[in-house]
Design a protein around this ligand. Structure first.
Ligand code: NDP
Length: 284
């Protein structure tokens, strides 16, 4: 067999890109599975996004991720969107399908994949803190996965109302907004509690959600979108109570697994990616 020196190219366009560990976990999976693919972590400013996308197209890339601040802006350079990406209005994974470039959003899909390992969200009552980009992606996927109800608790009413209207108009889930001006008490009917705010994200690891922690009950599954640190104050509190938990690290790994499947058609081993992330982020 003649040698093949031409790997298939994938990567990420973001700003800042320096602290994004995705390259490490994706390349670990490529290597482990013997995939002739590479992943390039690229610092791309908003002014250069169009040129970067055209560059990827010109170089015959297989696909790429977009992170902050390009998740919405990149859509105008694509040929179409997947179902949930269309509802979310933002993409983080771009896939070349034939001659077309299609935008998908794996943030919420990765979260739901991680959640399913602990609980099926269908017919469940969910309390979701946050209404930003991650919360919107998570809420859309939970609604599409058949969640019975979602209570969106968020500081800014406008952002939350937009998510409530989007889901009530387009999915079967019953979605309502709850203001967050004082300590929030989680309703006892809640099956799944999710933090999709940035509260507690490194370096502000001591920041805590303004909730009545006594209202978290043993039968609730508690999840946090924050991957750094993976054991947030919320996750630690829930574990102390004996609740089942899902960390943001599991979400990050699973959205990577889904992205690699889009590009390579291979189901990679999440434990390889999890192990690499723990290594590069110095997590015990
Ligand atoms: P956004 O900036 O879009 O949204 C931030 C959210 O946090 C908003 O709902 C905001 O409320 C809320 N918030 C921030 N600070 C406070 C505060 N002090 N009090 C109350 N609410 C607050 O960010 P993203 O949605 O993109 O990201 C949110 C988190 O999700 C980040 O920590 C990010 O790391 C994580 N994430 C994890 C991923 C993973 O794979 N594990 C993937 C994507 C994101 P308001 O609307 O009132 O401003």
């Amino acid at each position: 067999m003649s040698p093949d020196f031409l790997p298939q190219l994938t990567g990420s366009f973001a700003q800042p890109a320096l602290e994004n560990p995705t390259v490490a976990m994706v390349e670990a999976a490529y290597k482990y599975h013997g995939l002739h693919f590479r992943y390039m972590n690229c610092e791309v400013s908003p002014e250069n996004l169009e040129a970067a996308v055209n560059g990827a197209k010109a170089m015959g890339w297989t696909g790429f991720n977009c992170s902050i601040p390009h998740k919405v802006a990149v859509i105008k350079y694509l040929d179409g969107l997947g179902e949930s990406a269309q509802l979310i209005g933002a993409v983080n994974t771009i896939v070349k399908q034939g001659e077309k470039w299609i935008g998908e959003n794996t943030d919420g899909k990765g979260f739901v994949k991680a959640l399913r390992e602990v609980i099926n969200p269908a017919d469940k009552h969910i309390t979701l803190f946050g209404a930003g980009a991650a919360a919107r992606a998570v809420a859309v996927e939970l609604a599409l996965a058949g969640a019975k109800s979602l209570t969106i608790v968020n500081r800014s009413k406008e952002r939350a109302q937009a998510v409530v209207e989007l889901l009530n108009n387009n999915t079967a889930a019953k979605v309502n907004y709850h203001s967050w001006t004082k300590k929030y008490k989680i309703e006892s009917k809640t099956d799944i509690v999710i933090n999709a705010t940035s509260i507690g994200l490194y370096p502000n690891v001591n920041e805590q959600l303004d909730i009545d922690f006594d209202s978290i009950e043993l039968n609730m599954v508690v999840a946090d979108g924050i991957h750094n640190p993976p054991k947030t104050h919320l996750i630690q509190t829930a574990e102390t109570k004996g609740c089942k938990t899902v960390s943001g690290l599991q979400m990050l790994v699973n959205q990577g697994v889904i992205g690699i499947k889009y590009w390579t058609s291979i189901d990679v081993d999440p434990s390889v990616m999890h192990g690499e992330l723990k290594k590069v982020l110095h997590i015990k």
